[in-house]
Structure formats: structure tokens, C-alpha cells
Write a protein that binds this ligand. Structure first.
Ligand code: PEP
Ligand code: MG
Length: 763
């Protein structure tokens, strides 16, 4: 078996040749002008790791063949580069050797490339990007071409579409009479690709042709490195280009419309991170402010935070839950942790294809590059620009969409999306089975939810309506009431306020269904602290109501058992509001543990048009799911409280106290309050759903905890037979996308199973 691949015997297997290697093979087959090369496979790497040996004879033969193809001898007009080629993209993480002229050096370097798989920055990059450690790398040996040979030489990086916006047309940078490293390192500030067009129109036309050929073959936007040596174009490398979230959406939608990919494929191409990054914030009325400097708009979005000048300080700040912007002359792969910890990056050197630009774009955080007017003093931890000095800890605002830097914290607003995203999400609606609803408690939140495409309100928390000061006073008056008269007075006011709220909410809904959850007060949240009051009677009452474990305390339906009038007040307010404005309303009871509680509340409902459901957020409710299903119209899993209960982790304190350490130590892989714990909470939910549906096959099941807006959790919830997820309005696009992706994957899997079954039965 051959382990050295030349273009005569080459296959396109990425697992054998790595991405770059396989792409070179393809480019050869497409007859693109590629400098002659051969690839030492990942099998050879694995053998080298095992035995320390390289396939010397095969390498020798391949070098000889390379000499024949170039018509030059190594060291006598021929020099080669040696590069890594892994099956996963790891830009700049491994070593590269250039201008190698001796056969012995070729071998030493091949070894260096293989050894660099284990260098610390590559290890860290793999950890951050979840790339398996045992993938390994191939090595590419390629004849060097020289972009700095003469006046008719140069080097460039070209994207077949704009990686920031997704616009069609070549995008990139070019440096005449320069080597590739001059461009990538940011040592020389490059010119836009348009200047290449004016300098060498014929070669530019050729490059455009190459872009079309590559896109037609790969069905994706390509990031292409090219060199001109004495008026001859060489394509050195092509790979799927990294892109901003906005570009990912536009490219996917455009390519589907151009017929390059299907709509299903377009949906699968866009990740939740892409959409999240793209729903980035921007500065409200930027025209009102004067920037202190301007650089290249390298990665979209605006952010505001204190500046730090050291990647390690960014990491420390993140640990303390502080937001920082990392300011560096330029960044390199060693800075990856610092970039990942910062909320934005500002550099004084480097172009739009520099390291900082590419990495931040992929991470979806704002970045401004090549801000040459910013003079950074790393020693003094400050920068100067236009007569201003900005020191470590000073707050700035950066706008990665325009390249402007401002002093202080400017007001930011969330993005409103683009027409392409809206179109993609419309396509997604056609592929998903899950209904995507919003958690929204106010008229404003419901308006936002509608804008983001919510298909209902899956959780309206009524206690949130009491956050305004005058309303807080009303609910406190009820909680602290000592006499029946005080209680009745407080209730009458509450009922009036609630009815007003519901009328406004129902008007805003315009027929969209809503699940209203009855009060779930952890009482402490609404009480003044003892220190806040000087009234001794009040102090006494507060002390009486104080609980050691409020999250496991007097909340939810328990409150309705001890004080039925409060739920009665809410139920009546809902019915009265419904009499004024027609609305599709369901009532949900929180913290239920037994059927008797549900019956207790059901007994209060006179309006027969109201449906009633159980919030499944205690372990006992899950264990009694079959019984509860008998009387419930629907279930909605409150996975915040359910996770708290299953783990015995306080949802208030775990993150601050120990959960971060658990995650850092790898004891837990994910924070279960963010990503649904499939093996524990998920299994409990599946069990509860199966018992409930045995009792009532048509029972509607939703999920409304935080995890309901998280893509991996959504994939599981789909397969667990859940009907709907409900999440914050901003997460609706991501939830819809994830729901469509799992729908498409399920459909493809079923087709594949059918195909295999037909093969087995000979059909
Ligand atoms: C839950 O517990 O998952 C939930 C959605 O309700 P809350 O966060 O209000 O307790
Ligand atoms: Mg809850």
C-alpha cells in the first residue's frame, strides 16, 4: 500500500491526505495551475508516531518524480515547502518549512511537521474546537514558487465571496513582489484585490475563472492562496473559507438560489453559532459619537468593555466574569485562549485575512484590525491615538462592522437580522417538527417574540409583571398582609393590575396561543431585606417568612394550597380579560408534585375555554406523569428547576461556587443549566413522557427551561418526542434552525435506512 501520494496515484480522501492534501489533488484534477507536489499520508504519520520511521524509499522516489516534473533539481533551482494537512481545519497551529533545498532537510522537516501536531497551541486549539486528538496530520511537499522574484510577481489571498458579508464577487488582499508570509503575518499592509485587477487584468480574469471552477466543484465558498511568479499564476491552496455568521447565512441562501446546493443543504450549512454571531449588536446612533481611531472592520458586531493588553489578563478577567477587549499589535495562534476569553479584539497591525480577523470572525466576536493610528505600548499597558491615552481598565467601544473605536461605553442595540436570515428561517419552518415558542412576560417581549417568528408564547411568568416599583409594593402588601382585610385590599389591587396586563397581552398576541403560568414566587425575591426597613413589625414578619432554602420552599402551587385566593385572583383576572379580548389561553401550574394539587387548582377554573397543564419541574411529577396526564391538557418541562432537583445543585449558587471548577476539571462536560443533561434529566423526561402518553397518547409536551433554546438540547428534545420548545425571543432563530436541522437529519437517516433495507432484501 502506498503511503506517499503523487498526483498520478492520488485519491481525494481527506482522512488519508488531510484537507489541504485532498484539495490539492482535486485542483490537479480540475487542471488548475498548482505547483507540483506530493503528499505523505496520515497513515505515514501514524506509523511515524508508532515507530519513529518515515517511508524513506517512497519519499526518495517522490522527490525524484518532483524533480522530473519541474525539470529542476533540488538545490539547483528547485526548493520545496513542507506543510501540515489535517482532516480538520487548524489554521496556523502546526509548523511550516519553506525554501527547503536539501533532501535530508526535507526529511527533518517532515518530522517537524508531524511533531508539531502535539505542540501546545495545536493541543489547545483542538481542545477549544473539539477536534479529536487522534486524527493526525499528513505532510505536503510542494515545489516553491516565488512571489518576490521580480516586478511581475506577487502573492495574495482570495475569497470567492466576501467572508464578512457573503456578497458575491472576489474579495481579498494582494501584495506585489512579496512572499505569502509577508501577507499573513501582517508585516506589510496589503492592497485590496481590486488593485491586483488594475495591475494585472489578465491574471485577475484567470483568478475569477478559478473561483468559478472551485465553487462549482466544492459547492462552497473557497479561501484560496495564490502566487504570481514572473507573470504566471499559481494556486497554492484552497479550502472552505471561514466566514462571519452573516456571510454564512447569505452564502447558504444565495448558493441554494443559484442551484449549487439544495435548501436542506443550506439549512445544514448554517450553524447556531453563525446565527448567534450574526444577530450581533450595533451602536445606537453612531453618528452622535466621534471615534478616537479607525481600523479595518474585520469581524462584525459592536461591543463595549475595559481594555487589557495581555491575553493572559483576558483569561483572568473571564474567570472573574469580567468583560474585556484584548488590544494587541497583532495576534498569533498562541493568543487563542486570550481571544476566546475576550469579548472583542483590537489590533494595530494586520489585514482582513490576518490571524486576529479570521479567528474572531469564526468566533463571532467583534474585531478591528490594522488600526495603525493606535500606538500600543505593551510595557506601559496603554495605547495612544489622536492625542488620547487609553490605559488598561479604561472602557472603550469597538464597532467591528465599521472599524470605529470610541472612548467609553456607548449604548448598543441588538441586530434585527437580514432578509437572507428571514428567508432561511422560512425554509427551516418547512423542515422542522418542533413548534418554537417564546418565553415572554410583557407586551414588549411578546412583540419581540413575534418579530423573531415565535409560534406562540410557551411561558408567560406572571410574577415578572410585578417588577416595577408600584407593582412590587402591591405584591409585597399581599405577602406581608396580617389581617384578612389587608389581604383582600391587596388582592383587589393585584387583580386589577393583572387584568390590565392580560388585556394588553391578549391584544398584542392577536390570536397567538399563550401559556400563562400562575404565580411561582420564591417569596424572598419579593421581600425587602430586614435592613431595608426600620418598622419592627415588618422586620418580624420578614423574619417569619424567611426560608433557609427558598428555591425549595414556599413557592408555586404550594402557595396556592396555603393561600388559594392568590391563584383564584389570577384565574379570575385571566377569565375577565378573556371576556374582553378573545385569546387562546392555557394555564400552567408550577412546582406540582401530585395529582391532588392539580385538582385543587382545576377546581378554581370556571371558564371552560381555559386549558390547564402541569409544569413538570419536580422529580415526583415525572414519577407520577401517568397520573398527572389523566387530568392535564398538556405538560411543559421546566428544565431549570428539574435540573436543580435531579442534580441537587442550587440553580442560584452552583455556578458561582463550584460548577465552573467542575467544568474546568472536566468532571462535567457541560453546564447542565445551559445544555440539557441527556443522560440524567433527559432520561427522566423520556420516562415521564412515555408514561404520560400511555395514559393520553395526544398529550402535548413542551419544554420551557433555558435549555429549550440550546441547539444540542433541541436535537435531543426532538428525538424524545417533545412537541414544542419555548425560549427567549432572541434565541428563536437558533432554535428554529436547530429544529429544522434535526428534522432534516432524521429524514436523511430514514431514507438511508430504507436504502440499506432494500439492499439487504435485494429490493
Ligand atoms: C424552569 O424551572 O425551567 C422554568 C422555566 O421556570 P423558572 O425558571 O421560572 O423556575
Ligand atoms: Mg421553574
Amino acid at each position: 500500500m502506498s503511503i506517499v501520494y503523487q498526483f498520478t496515484n492520488a485519491c481525494e480522501d481527506k482522512n488519508l491526505l488531510g484537507n489541504k492534501g485532498a484539495n490539492l489533488v482535486v485542483m490537479n484534477k480540475l487542471r488548475l495551475p498548482v505547483p507540483p507536489e506530493f503528499v505523505i499520508s496520515i497513515d505515514a504519520y501514524k506509523e511515524y508516531k508508532r515507530s519513529g520511521n518515515l517511508p524513506l524509499e517512497e519519499i526518495k522516489q517522490a522527490l525524484e518524480a518532483l524533480e522530473q516534473r519541474t525539470g529542476k533539481r533540488l538545490g539547483q533551482g528547485l526548493a520545496v515547502s513542507v506543510r501540515s494537512s489535517a482532516p480538520a481545519s487548524m489554521p496556523g497551529m502546526m509548523d511550516t518549512m519553506l525554501d527547503v533545498k536539501e533532501a535530508a532537510d526535507v526529511l527533518t522537516s517532515i518530522k517537524r511537521v508531524f511533531d508539531s501536531w502535539d505542540n501546545p497551541r495545536a493541543v489547545e486549539y483542538r481542545r477549544l474546537n473539539r477536534i479529536p486528538v487522534d486524527l493526525g496530520t499528513a505532510a505536503i511537499i510542494q515545489a516553491m514558487v516565488f512571489g518576490d522574484l521580480d516586478e511581475k510577481s506577487g502573492t495574495g489571498v482570495m475569497f470567492t465571496r466576501n467572508p464578512s458579508t457573503g456578497e458575491r464577487g472576489l474579495f481579498g488582499e494582494y501584495l506585489s513582489k512579496a512572499k505569502g508570509e509577508d501577507l499573513v503575518s501582517g508585516r506589510r499592509t496589503p492592497q485590496p484585490i481590486s488593485s491586483f485587477q488594475s495591475e494585472m487584468p489578465d491574471l485577475y480574469a484567470q483568478l475569477k475563472e478559478v473561483a468559478i471552477i472551485l465553487e462549482n466543484h466544492f459547492h462552497d465558498m473557497q479561501d484560496v492562496e495564490f502566487t504570481i511568479e514572473s507573470d504566471r499564476l499559481y494556486i497554492l491552496q484552497t479550502r472552505s473559507g471561514k466566514r462571519s455568521g452573516q456571510a454564512a447565512v447569505k452564502i447558504a441562501v444565495d448558493m441554494a438560489k443559484e442551484g449549487l446546493i439544495s435548501r436542506e443543504e443550506a439549512i445544514l450549512r448554517v450553524s447556531a453559532d453563525d446565527v448567534r454571531a450574526f444577530l450581533h449588536r450595533r451602536i445606537e446612533s453612531p453618528e452622535k459619537y466621534k471615534p478616537i481611531a479607525r481600523g479595518l472592520a474585520a469581524a462584525h458586531g459592536a461591543t463595549t468593555a475595559a481594555v487589557v493588553f495581555d491575553p493572559l489578563e483576558a483569561v483572568e478577567a473571564k474567570r472573574r466574569n469580567e468583560r474585556v477587549i484584548l488590544v494587541r499589535p497583532e495576534t498569533n495562534p498562541d493568543d487563542i485562549q486570550g481571544i476566546s476569553a475576550a469579548v472583542g479584539v483590537l489590533t494595530s497591525r494586520g489585514g482582513l485575512t490576518s490571524h486576529a480577523a479570521i479567528v474572531t470572525r469564526a468566533m463571532g466576536k467583534p474585531c478591528i484590525c490594522g488600526t495603525e493610528e493606535v500606538k500600543i505600548d505593551l510595557e506601559a499597558k496603554q495605547f495612544e491615538t489622536r492625542g488620547q491615552t487609553v490605559k488598561k481598565g479604561d472602557v472603550i467601544t469597538i464597532d467591528g462592522s465599521t472599524g470605529s473605536i470610541y472612548l467609553g461605553a456607548l449604548p448598543l442595540v441588538e441586530s434585527e437580522g437580514t432578509s437572507e436570515l428571514a428567508e432561511l428561517l422560512t425554509w427551516a419552518d418547512g423542515f422542522k417538527r418542533l413548534t418554537v415558542k417564546a418565553n415572554a412576560d410583557t407586551v414588549e417581549a411578546i412583540a419581540l417574540a413575534k418579530k423573531f417568528g415565535a409560534e406562540g408564547i410557551g411561558l408567560c411568568r406572571t410574577e415578572r409583571q410585578f417588577n416595577a416599583p408600584e407593582r412590587l409594593a402591591a405584591i409585597r402588601a399581599f405577602i406581608l398582609a396580617e389581617t384578612e382585610t389587608q389581604k383582600e385590599k391587596a388582592l383587589a389591587l393585584l387583580r386589577e393590575l393583572q387584568k390590565e396586563d392580560f388585556v394588553a397581552i391578549f391584544r398584542e398576541l392577536q390570536g397567538m396561543p399563550i401559556i400563562i403560568r400562575l404565580l411561582d414566587l420564591p417569596l424572598h425575591e419579593f421581600l425587602p431585606s430586614e435592613a431595608e426597613t426600620s418598622d419592627p413589625d415588618l422586620k418580624k414578619r420578614i423574619a417569619e417568612l424567611c426560608e433557609t432554602n427558598p428555591m425549595l420552599g414556599h413557592r408555586g402551587v404550594r402557595l396556592a394550597v396555603t393561600s388559594p385566593e392568590i391563584y383564584q385572583m389570577q384565574i379570575d383576572a385571566i377569565a375577565e380579560a378573556r371576556a374582553e379580548v378573545e385569546a387562546n389561553v392555557s394555564i400552567m401550574v408550577p412546582q406540582v408534585i401530585t395529582l391532588q394539587e392539580l385538582m385543587w387548582v382545576k377546581g378554581m377554573i370556571k371558564d371552560k375555554g381555559l386549558k390547564i397543564g402541569v409544569m413538570m419541574e419536580t422529580v415526583r411529577a415525572c414519577m407520577r406523569a401517568g397520573w398527572l396526564a389523566k387530568e392535564a391538557d398538556f405538560f411543559s418541562f421546566g428544565t431549570n428547576d428539574l435540573t436543580q432537583a435531579v442534580y441537587s445543585f442550587s440553580r442560584e449558587d452552583a455556578e458561582k461556587k463550584f460548577l465552573t471548577t467542575y467544568l474546568e476539571a472536566g468532571i462535567l462536560k457541560d453546564n447542565p443549566f445551559l445544555v440539557l443533561d441527556i443522560k440524567g434529566v433527559g432520561r427522566l423526561m423520556e420516562t415521564a413522557i412515555s408514561w404520560a402518553r400511555k395514559e393520553k397518547a395526544s398529550l402535548e409536551v413542551g419544554v420551557c427551561g433555558e435549555q429549550a433554546g440550546e441547539p444540542r438540547s433541541i436535537m435531543f428534545l426532538h428525538s424524545a418526542g417533545v412537541d414544542s420548545v419555548s425560549c427567549s425571543p432572541f434565541r428563536i432563530p437558533i432554535a428554529k434552525l436547530a429544529a429544522a436541522q434535526v428534522g432534516i437529519m432524521e429524514k436523511r437517516l430514514a431514507a438511508e435506512e430504507k436504502r440499506l433495507a432494500a439492499l439487504v432484501t435485494g429490493g
